[in-house]
Write a protein that binds this ligand. Structure first.
Ligand code: ADP
Length: 507
């Protein structure tokens, strides 16, 4: 069936009617609006607004920290590091575990904050809290397994050891798409290793970060170990400058766009800070003729439409082999009609919230119109709606000249490219300067090994559209970043190896 014929047969995706107004109660539990420095809630000279992306309405005014507050936070973290590193691993582990338990206890309130500040549907926000808390649990366990080495010495009068020690103060700069989990994925590893942190949350989503600080305090984590400096977009460069250049900061850990990551790396170069960078992706999602098509459709829906397509591991380009191409389009279109409902995230039936802000919606709409102008067919959606909403969109007849196949979309657009051979699919998949996640569906065992090894990505989903969990190693190849988060490797990012040569021994 041609794309045009499919278009005529399929119903439009429904938008839920807006039934009521939505507001975050000013007395909402865990709503904190000041910075958190050295164990104190701290006001700044001015405030900045936090908006509900679904309505554009203000939900809170938050202290707009500047370079002064950032410097105070770094000094406090440095001071606290001197004692935190002396805690035993077990003592740190117990505190992280307590923090995990408090998060679990308050999951509903934490999820509501995420939904109101990021637009994410409540069920997904609850999922994020589970995922976020799981890093506190995981690293509370990993804290106790930071082993060094005893090295066989080539000299009879010397013993050789490799010790692991914490790097020091870690500056943690996080994005808005996972306002809670991107913090714990870094901070849990840092604290487990014996580092202290200064967190700069995204300007769109500071409330989740501040709520986490409140729970850290309740868990008994000492003053200065966790600091949060929320700030506006205007103050961000000055705060970033302090965090990336202050000699007392030993490490920067960033999740966000590749462009911003490069800016931070350049700033950090002068003081040669350690750096972990989790940057942009452009994930291919390949469906081979041998695939279990229902499984592939399920994977595509999960990987594309979670958080309205605003995750760095979202599938960005769908490559479908000729033999199953039309059938895949048919089935995925039907799944979109069945499963996707646009609306405010607090409505229980919503699966597609707004994008983070109108700028993001504009960028996605531009990619759609670019594709259409170059010959793509719109099989579902295709329109920008009011405010920050974009319809979930299915595009057929896509080719690699279109913007959506060359740039990260960060929105609910599924562009489908038809291909004939495995080599062709792998070449298209790898023709990118980033390589975070990649997915493919195949039932051919030899093909699975060939393609899994050939894809230039840090994470590969084989017959699976969702990869993230604390046990897995999260990170990318090429310009998708440096280092890994989660897994047994995540804690290494916050550790130095000290070689100790113990000489003068009488054999
Ligand atoms: P986006 O444009 O989608 O918000 P970014 O990568 O710019 O993506 O943002 C991710 C995080 O990086 C946010 O917390 C943002 O405030 C922060 N950020 C952006 N520019 C800077 C900077 N110059 N210094 C420090 N942090 C920055």
């Amino acid at each position: 069936m041609t794309a045009q014929a499919l278009l005529r047969t399929l119903p439009p995706i429904m938008m839920q009617s807006v039934r009521r107004t939505y507001s975050l109660d000013v007395a909402a539990p865990l709503l904190r609006t000041q910075g958190y420095i050295n164990g104190r809630w701290t006001s700044a000279a001015s405030l900045f607004p936090v908006l509900d992306p679904a309505t554009g309405q203000e939900i809170a005014q938050v202290s707009d920290c500047g370079p002064g507050e950032a410097k105070r936070a770094v000094d406090a973290a440095y001071e606290a590091f001197q004692s935190w590193k002396q805690f035993t691993a077990k003592e740190r582990s117990v505190l992280l575990r307590k923090w995990y338990e408090l998060m679990t206890q308050h999951k509903e309130d934490l999820a509501k904050l995420i939904t109101f500040e990021s637009g994410k549907p409540l069920a997904e926000a609850l999922g994020e809290i589970g995922y976020s808390a799981s890093f506190l649990e995981w690293f509370s366990e990993e804290a106790r397994r930071v082993y060094g080495d005893v090295v066989p010495s080539p000299f009879k009068d010397r013993k050789m050891l490799l010790l692991k020690q914490p790097v020091g103060v870690a500056a943690v700069i996080t994005p808005w798409n996972f306002p809670s989990a991107m913090i714990t994925r870094k901070v849990a590893a840092a604290l487990a290793a014996g580092c202290t942190v200064v967190i700069k949350p995204a300007e769109d989503t500071p409330l989740s970060a501040l709520a986490l600080a409140e729970l850290a305090e309740q868990a008994g984590i000492p003053a200065g170990v966790v600091n949060v400096v929320p700030c506006s977009r205007e103050n961000t460069p000055a705060v970033g400058q302090v965090l990336c250049t202050d000699p007392l900061v030993g490490k920067i850990s960033f999740t966000g766009s590749t462009a911003t990551g490069k800016v931070l790396l350049k700033m950090a170069a002068d003081t040669v800070k350690k750096a972990s960078m989790e940057l942009g992706g452009h994930a291919p999602f390949i469906v081979f003729d041998s695939a279990d098509l229902d499984l592939a459709v399920k994977g595509a829906m999960a990987s594309k439409f979670r958080n309205s397509g605003q995750t760095c591991v979202c599938s960005n380009r769908f490559l479908v082999q000729s033999g199953v191409h039309d059938q895949f389009l048919q089935k995925v279109g039907e799944a979109m009609d069945r499963e996707l409902r646009i609306g405010h995230g607090i409505e229980p039936t919503t699966t597609q919230g707004p994008l983070i802000n109108p700028r993001a919606a504009e960028k996605v709409a531009h990619q759609i119109s670019d594709a259409v102008s170059l010959g793509a067919k719109v099989l579902r959606g295709g329109s920008r709606l009011d405010g920050s909403y974009v319809e979930p969109t299915l595009l057929a007849d896509v080719n690699t000249s279109m913007l959506c196949t060359r740039e990260e979309t960060f929105g609910p657009v599924m562009p489908v490219i038809r291909f004939d051979t495995e080599a062709e699919a792998v070449a298209i998949a790898n023709a990118s300067n980033v390589g975070l996640a990649g997915y493919f569906f195949s039932q051919d065992v030899s093909q699975i090994w060939r393609v899994a090894e050939a894809l230039e990505v840090g994470m590969v989903g084989v017959n699976e559209g969702l990869l993230s969990c604390p046990e897995g190693a999260f990170g990318g190849y090429k310009q998708s970043g440096l280092g890994r988060e989660g897994s047994k490797y995540g804690i290494e990012e916050y550790l130095e190896v000290k070689y100790m040569c113990f000489g003068g021994l009488v054999p």
